[in-house]
Design a protein around this ligand. Structure first.
Ligand code: HEC
Ligand code: HEC
Length: 349
């Protein structure tokens, strides 16, 4: 007989009922959002509504990024493979994970990864939050389980206050861990390169004559045609179109050593297609390509001059291009002019 219950007792009843059921722990940051300034040449930083970066989540993410306890046996931190000394790559052809297990792909830089519409060479994650959950449980990377990683972190009493500052309560959840990691990664920005000062700040002396000639080859559709995929916009340049292309890297008569984007989409023409990487800081992130098979920028330019290894799904933008020895040197000089600022407060805390 609900009608017989008076209003005050109804309130009491609701209170009793809600106190009895456990609320799920929220992964949303509680502090006020902090703005992240993009350096010259980069667009504004995209901020997800459910994970606005705060000073506390960024600091916590930085700490987690360098914490080996995320991995089984506490051997590996994110920074082992994304080391600030190598512009957040590891300098190896393929990454070494748990117990020295060799991965199948080259570690990409995390600088400016926040702008990418897809994460990973094959785009299997869409956001930094989603991405961060993956290496922790990957058997050839950190080889842990989310539960075990959370338990190891919980063993450190100094994490409780840090999670409280960031998320309001000391609870550690994998969602909080990945949100904090993603917020830290959003601060890993690099712009203000000689190219940016030339292109976006009107400093006509910022590029050497060789780099300027290289830029012309890079832009020319009948020349290098590089900008058709490594995009340069009117106000900013990510040097990637964020899309997937088969440039014939890793293709041979025996097919593809790595099917790339096809792995995700199962669309036949996606075989051998990989995400266009940004070219910012490229001189600092050798070796190159998804399989790390090209050692120097000279080798990369020679590869493009050959039009890429022929295969049925080769991108139509890939054609044999005529590049003189001087063009090739100039292109390399231009690529070096894309080395930009290194973010402060990004090293081990
Ligand atoms: C054992 C080495 C290793 C460890 C440890 C590792 N990564 Fe990676 N990371 C890689 C490799 C290799 C790839 C590319 C894999 C692929 O595309 O299939 C990658 C890709 C990424 C990407 C995608 C970037 C892009 O341009 O697509 C992000 C972001 C990233 N890692 C962040 C992290 C974070 C955060 C951690 C720690 C939780 C971490 N990584 C731990 C090796 C590692
Ligand atoms: C059809 C699109 C396309 C064109 C045109 C193109 N690229 Fe690429 N570029 C890519 C893709 C996709 C990758 C990654 C391929 C892979 O790993 O298999 C890549 C990789 C690279 C890399 C290695 C980056 C890294 O982090 O390992 C460099 C350097 C590069 N390109 C420079 C150039 C230059 C210079 C030109 C012009 C001569 C050019 N690209 C033209 C799409 C393109």
């Amino acid at each position: 007989m609900l009608r017989a219950i008076s209003t005050p007792s109804k309130v009491l009843l609701t209170l009793l009922l809600t106190a009895g059921c456990r609320h799920p722990i929220s992964d949303k940051p509680t502090g006020s959002a902090t703005s992240i300034e993009a350096p010259l040449g980069l667009p504004p930083v995209p901020i997800p509504g459910d994970n606005p970066p705060t000073t506390a989540t960024i600091a916590l993410g930085r700490r987690l990024f360098y914490d080996t306890r995320l991995s089984k046996g506490s051997f590996l931190a994110c920074s082992n493979c994304h080391n600030p000394r190598y512009a957040f790559t590891d300098g190896n052809r393929l990454s070494k994970g748990f117990d020295g297990a060799l991965g199948v792909r080259n570690a990409p830089t995390l600088l400016n990864a926040t702008y990418l519409p897809f994460q990973f060479w094959d785009g299997r994650a869409l956001t930094l939050e989603q991405q961060a959950a993956s290496p922790i449980a990957d058997p050839v990377e950190m080889n842990s389980t989310h539960k075990a990683s959370v338990a190891r972190l919980a063993g450190d009493p100094t994490y409780g206050p840090a999670f409280t500052q960031a998320f309001g309560t000391p609870d550690i959840t994998i969602g909080r861990v990945t949100n904090a990691l993603a917020s830290f990664e959003r601060t890993l920005l690099s712009g203000d390169s000689p190219f940016d000062r030339y292109q976006y700040a009107g400093d006509k002396t910022a590029l050497t004559p060789a780099a300027l000639r290289g830029l012309a080859v890079f832009l020319n559709p009948m020349g290098g045609n590089c900008a058709s995929c490594h995009t340069i916009g009117p106000k900013s340049a990510l040097l990637t179109d964020g899309k997937f292309h088969n440039i014939g890297e890793g293709a041979s008569d025996n097919g593809f050593a790595d099917v790339g984007r096809y792995h995700e989409t199962k669309v036949v023409t996606d075989q051998g297609a990989f995400k266009t990487p940004s070219l910012r800081n490229i001189s600092r992130t050798a070796p190159y390509m998804h399989d790390g098979s090209l050692k120097t920028l000279k080798e990369v330019v020679d590869f493009y001059a050959g039009g890429g290894n022929s295969n049925p799904y080769l991108d139509p933008q890939m054609k044999t291009i005529h590049l003189t020895p001087q063009d090739r040197l100039d292109l390399v000089e231009f690529l070096k002019s894309l080395d930009g600022s290194i973010p402060g407060k990004a090293g081990p805390p």
